[in-house]
Write a protein that binds this ligand. Structure first.
Ligand code: ATP
Ligand code: MG
Length: 182
């Protein structure tokens, strides 16, 4: 453990953390951080910018955890039609909820899982995201995950990790597994 007296813990700033790249581990890294923070009684919010049709392991577990706010984009909608305007609306709503939580400062960590896709598809203007990150209360940590993180977000981040794929079981035909991939 680092010496906490050397740098008073309460003076430490909130961080913008980006997990990007083509390798597996972005969402699970963010979930690991949430696990760690919840264990130290921090309040955590996770917003998943994915179509909320399937119940992933993290979503099922989240429902049992106090101190964790867990939102999935488009919950309550039917996703059977490939309707782009509906996707956009769902992304906008998920972003509005995220923005509100980041600015309110009630959560120590706000995780924006897979938000890079919603930005890169043009559903959420990148300036809205960077403005919110810059305007957030200084203690709030924000985690951004997803491939192809926009340059503007990377620029202002304090911590950026790019996952590099070296090998993935999918390459030899092993499909996604319960408990490992979802
Ligand atoms: P995880 O949620 O497992 O941490 P991730 O967030 O880094 O993965 P995503 O781009 O969100 O990756 O994709 C999620 C799904 O795609 C997972 O089932 C994961 O195993 C799979 N996946 C991730 N990277 C690769 C890859 N390089 N090749 C094949 N499948 C991959
Ligand atoms: Mg992911």
């Amino acid at each position: 453990m680092p010496d906490e007296s050397a740098m008073r813990r309460r003076d430490l700033p909130g961080l913008v953390i980006v997990y990007t790249g083509k390798g597996k581990g972005k969402t699970t890294a963010a979930l690991g951080l949430a696990f760690r923070a919840l264990g130290s009684n921090r309040k955590v919010a996770i917003v998943q910018f994915i179509k909320g049709k399937w119940k992933t392991g993290e979503r099922k577990f989240a429902e049992t955890l106090p101190g964790l706010t867990f939102l999935v984009m488009g919950e309550g909608f039917t996703w059977d039609s490939d309707d782009l305007s509906r996707d956009k609306l769902a992304a906008e709503k998920a972003w509005a909820a995220s923005e509100q939580m980041i600015l309110a400062g009630d959560h120590d960590i706000v995780i924006l899982d897979e938000i890079t896709y919603a930005i890169n598809y043009g559903f959420i203007p990148v300036e809205r995201v960077t403005q919110t990150l810059m305007a957030r209360p200084e203690k709030v940590h924000v985690v951004v995950t997803g491939r192809d993180a926009p340059e503007e977000v990377v620029e202002l981040a304090d911590l950026v990790t790019e996952m590099t794929p070296v090998r993935h079981p999918y390459d030899r035909g092993v499909p996604a597994q319960l408990g490992i991939d979802f």
